[in-house]
Design a protein around this ligand. Structure first.
Ligand code: ATP
Ligand code: MG
Length: 341
């Protein structure tokens, strides 16, 4: 049965496929060795209402990476993306895209960027084909029907090429937004909640498409409330909260540093209570008394698994089986935000 998991605080429910605990190991070249493609330095934003949405943002996006920007509703994700894309004016600070200042070299900077905004912005009565070709033309790119066809095929929109946008389903409209954003062959793609309202199968297709784009050398910055999306896709993760970046780290490193491990011990015979002499392990006993859970992390000074197993033996507690689990990015993320004042 699919399960809905809440991400905590003011987050929407996660995708129903999420399983909570998962181990991810993938080796990649360290991005720090590559020059950054986007450089955000000292950026602040105070809206006309007087609300300060961004406070001193410093962030470098490395060439060719998939960077996930996570944060609760209202954290400032869309504001930051909109500033880099030149849609919202910053109050202070500088931003460069491949060395082009977004104010002084606006055209050069903008032409390198594709943006899939959070809100759908398509002409309802235009066909899919015209929408994407028009968008390409806006960037001054010569017509290239073969390229546009490839984009539409990659996004499974080819059979809808003559359909008016208004006749598309919500998920198709979102894919059309992506096709539009890719129409001028950008080197950097911003996806502001690309999979909101998209079904599970289509979400997997989108992840696949994003990975292919990355293989073609496109840098991807995505925001998402589906934490497992960041876990599955991102090379690095940034967390923004109340207009401040509170953490940027390599995803695997983040999970290694902040992740917890659990050892699940299935007992031969049920226990009524955990013996006093095992109290230092803070074991959790399942309601049926059949399973002990030991939670430990890489930084804690809790004793190791080997000593637990010795002490179980000494206490005459025999087990049938055991298993370990790593905590998910979601757990790490929720804990991080809880620690915020
Ligand atoms: N035009 C505006 N005028 C005044 N305040 C604004 C404006 N646009 C955004 N804000 C405020 O700035 C803050 C950050 O908004 P932003 O849209 O960047 O958040 P977000 O992280 O993208 O949130 P979500 O996850 O809900 O998309 C919010 O408090 C929002 O109300
Ligand atoms: Mg937003």
């Amino acid at each position: 049965m699919a399960r809905t998991v809440r991400c905590g605080i003011d987050f929407r429910p996660c995708a129903p496929t999420f399983t909570g605990f998962r181990t991810t190991t993938r080796f990649r070249q360290p991005f720090s060795a590559m020059p950054s493609i986007i450089s955000i330095s000292g950026v602040t934003k105070t809206y006309a209402t007087g609300f300060q949405a961004l406070k001193e943002i410093n962030l470098d996006i490395q060439r060719g990476e998939i960077f996930a920007l996570l944060g609760p509703n209202g954290a400032g994700k869309t504001t930051l993306i909109s500033i880099v894309c030149g849609i919202v004016n910053r109050s202070s600070g500088t931003v460069t895209v491949d060395g082009n200042d977004i104010t002084k070299d606006y055209r050069a900077a903008r032409s390198l960027i594709g943006l899939v905004p959070q809100e759908l912005t398509i002409d309802a009565f235009e066909s899919v084909w015209a929408t994407v070709n028009f968008s390409r033309g806006l960037f001054g790119k010569p017509a290239n029907p073969a390229f546009v066809e490839k984009v539409l095929r990659d996004l499974s929109l080819w059979d809808k090429k003559d359909a008016k946008a208004i006749t598309l389903s919500g998920g198709m409209k979102r894919r059309l937004m992506i096709a539009k954003a890719l129409s001028h062959e950008p080197r950097v793609l911003f996806l502001d909640e690309p999979t909101a309202g998209v079904d599970v199968e289509l979400r997997q297709d989108m992840w696949e498409m994003v990975r292919r784009l990355r293989e073609d050398g496109v840098t991807i910055i995505l925001t998402t409330h589906y934490i497992e999306e960041a876990e599955a896709m991102a090379d690095r993760v940034g967390v923004i909260n109340r207009g401040e970046i509170i953490l940027v780290d390599d995803k695997a490193e983040l999970m290694r540093k902040l992740g917890r491990k659990r050892l699940l011990v299935e007992l031969r015979s049920p226990l009524a209570t955990v013996p006093e002499k095992l109290s230092r392990y803070a074991l959790e006993l399942s309601p049926d008394g059949q399973q002990l859970t030991y939670t430990y992390d890489n930084q804690s000074d809790r004793p190791g698994v080997a000593s637990l197993l010795r002490d179980l033996e000494a206490a005459g507690i025999h087990f049938r089986d055991m298993d370990t689990e790593n905590s998910s990015l979601e757990e790490i993320f929720v804990n991080l935000l809880r620690q915020e004042p």
